[in-house]
Design a protein around this ligand. Structure first.
Ligand SMILES: Cc1ncc(COP(=O)(O)O)c(C=O)c1O
Length: 409
């Protein structure tokens, strides 16, 4: 949860949501482009998801033990996700990436990981390293974006530039014997992988015998039913899921090779590679019921075509809005994801995005918010759901055009 640091007078307390809209306690309606930071993939208060939750809540909301909905969900994930021989549930994306990295470190018996500059893997300690670095250090040095992170964490995270296979490959080769895994958001924030980048990472990690971990907390079930690994055709050793999978309920999952996930088998307690994995609410039956109802909707024919058409419409509309005013802008994203970076330079990584006019970007975000578009003005990522209509999207684009005209005048 966040309050988005909105100026006084603009902050809102939400009362409810329906479809693509949220409403605040004073009755204002917003088109929601936050969608619970991407956790509500079908739209707010989806009737069949809400009914599944109600049904399951009446049968018990948590047993911290295998339940029928959790088992069915695990079986569906194994069917859906290319790398998933096994899955293990937790309750957030932050936990899922933390466990994926723990598995990798245990499996390889090595401490270091490679992370891409500007990537977000949740609020766990390693996820804060070079998340929003203000000093652009020489690779592979990184620094935490949060206080309270032990120095040893930074020392064990090697930072590489996304989309730069030469530099990433050099860092991996120079530290091979110390690296457990490379963790990557296959779609890095909203920056798309250049042709060959993910394939190259896969190849180098095979050659150097390190694991490849996909953070699919955003891309999972959003770019394709089988996630980014299906969409880009690159299958990692491990993947972390969360957000959209839970239909707005607390969810996390680590999926991957059985020989790695088996390390958390309790029969291994006391052995040197045993992985401690525990989550009181992980795989709870209410979340599992919500996830099963969500996945059922996502398996309907035409769903991903609708996601992609909606994303294309939003990106096109925002491109037109900026181009008509001669504002240098890159409209990024894929599928139902979008971000606007106000720079004339192609955005391929954190450093090229860092050049963008962030003050103007924030003014655009605030202007959109003031005019009835719910988003975080500090962050530029815009999430669409299956409930967003062409009319919603066109309205957002015309508001963006109006706001940008006012900013430029
Ligand atoms: C790519 C990615 N990984 C992990 C996370 C953390 O997920 P959660 O907020 O559920 O802990 C996020 C959250 O935004 C994310 O974008």
């Amino acid at each position: 949860m966040g309050e988005y640091n909105l100026p006084k007078g603009l902050s809102a307390v939400l009362s409810h949501g329906k479809g693509s809209k949220v409403y605040d306690t004073s009755g204002r309606e917003f088109i929601d482009l936050t969608m619970g930071w991407g956790s509500v993939l079908l739209g707010h208060a989806h009737e069949r998801v809400a009914a599944a939750v109600k049904r399951q809540a009446a049968l018990g909301s948590n047993f911290a033990y295998v339940s029928r909905p959790a088992l069915e969900l695990a079986e569906e994930l194994v069917r859906a996700i290319p790398c998933a021989e096994k899955v293990r549930f937790c309750a957030s994306g932050t936990e899922a990436t933390m466990y994926a990295v723990r598995f990798a470190r245990a499996f390889k018996g090595r401490d270091k990981i490679v992370k891409f500059e500007g990537a977000y893997h949740g609020a766990n300690d390693f996820g804060t390293i070079s998340l929003f670095p203000q000093r652009l250090l020489d690779f592979p040095a990184g620094e935490p974006t949060s206080a309270g992170i032990p120095r040893s964490v930074s020392e064990n995270v090697l930072i590489a530039p996304y989309n730069d296979l030469d530099t990433a490959g050099r860092i991996i080769r120079e530290h091979t014997s110390e690296i457990a895994a490379v963790i990557v958001e296959p779609l890095h924030r909203c920056t798309t992988p250049l042709p060959g980048f993910l394939e190259g990472l896969w190849r180098i990690t095979r050659e150097e015998d390190v694991l490849l971990v996909f953070d699919e907390v955003i891309t999972g079930f959003r770019l394709a039913y089988g996630g980014a690994q299906e969409y880009y055709g690159v299958v990692p050793d491990l993947a972390a899921f969360g957000k959209g999978l839970g239909g707005g309920h607390p969810v996390g999952a680590v999926a991957g090779r059985a020989d790695i996930l088996d390390l958390c088998d309790e029969a291994r307690l006391g052995q040197d590679r045993y992985v401690w994995f525990a989550s009181s609410l992980g795989g709870n039956p209410v979340t599992a019921a919500a996830a099963l109802a969500t996945l059922k909707e996502l398996r309907e024919p035409g769903v991903y075509e609708r996601f992609f058409a909606a994303g294309e419409r939003l990106r096109d509309g925002l491109r037109t809005a900026t181009a008509e005013l001669g504002i240098p802008a890159q409209v990024l994203g894929d599928g139902p994801l979008c971000a606007v970076s106000l720079t004339g330079q192609q955005v391929v990584d954190y450093r090229s995005a860092f050049q963008a006019d962030s003050a103007k970007g924030q003014a655009l975000g605030l202007g959109l918010f003031e005019n009835g578009v719910f988003l975080n003005p500090m962050s530029t990522k815009l999430y669409l759901s299956l409930a967003h209509t062409d009319e919603d999207i066109d309205r957002v684009c015309s508001i963006a055009s109006k706001v940008l005209t006012e900013i430029e005048s």
